[in-house]
Design a protein around this ligand. Sequence first.
Ligand SMILES: [Zn+2]
Length: 264
Amino acid sequence: MGHGKIERLENEERSAMRGLAGEELLRAWECSRELPEQQAVLALLELADPERPAREWARLPLGERDALLLELRAATLGRRMEGFAVCPACGAELEFAVDARELAEGLRTPAAPAAQPKGIAARPANTLDLLASSAATSAEEARAILLARTACADGEETEAVKTAEGAERWLKAKPRRVAERLAKRFEQVNAAAEIRIELSCAACGGGSVIELDVARYFLREIGAAARRLMAEIHELARAYGWSEAAIAGMSGARRAAYLGMLGT
Ligand SMILES: [Zn+2]
């Protein structure tokens, strides 16, 4: 067991993801309100590790990005993540709990290489691809943008990569069989970035699988954590007249101790 502990410490050191606290947590919450989801995720990662240029975060494959996001979540709010889902068979509410660091490890473990369809190369999708596809006006357009961007060589300045119309034209010009292979390849390359959680329902015994959207889940949690912090700041500022910055800069334990003295 001792050996396992050492390994874990080394892993934590390697990840070097510092948790968001105080003023950073409030800024993260502001970003999540002001920015579209994918940009908010990048803003959160930048807050946690400002040394790394923004372009680098945006170019990380989504699996890697989400593994870092899970580490940031573990460092900020702890490893245990709880959630709710609805049983698709009977409608009962299902609770689940997962370990953020284990999920991050899972995303990093390379899957067995899938058989590649001949002549189709593709890189894993990243945040820039999601941002480009989020500007699409239809689901087909969004799909064409993702396929064009990930199948064309990185940095290749083709019409297909520059505009939504270009991406649609590029995909439509492909024979149907090639288009199908492109779609299949995309699924294979990006399957590793998905987190599936198997649930079984105590009420009806049915099993179901949900997909966890790490970005959305964590942004929502950041919102809840920031509101809790603001409620504490509100109470302490009203009672003692301390500044927002001073209260936000305290440890959670110290704030809790003062709140305890106030009897709230
Ligand atoms: Zn059920």
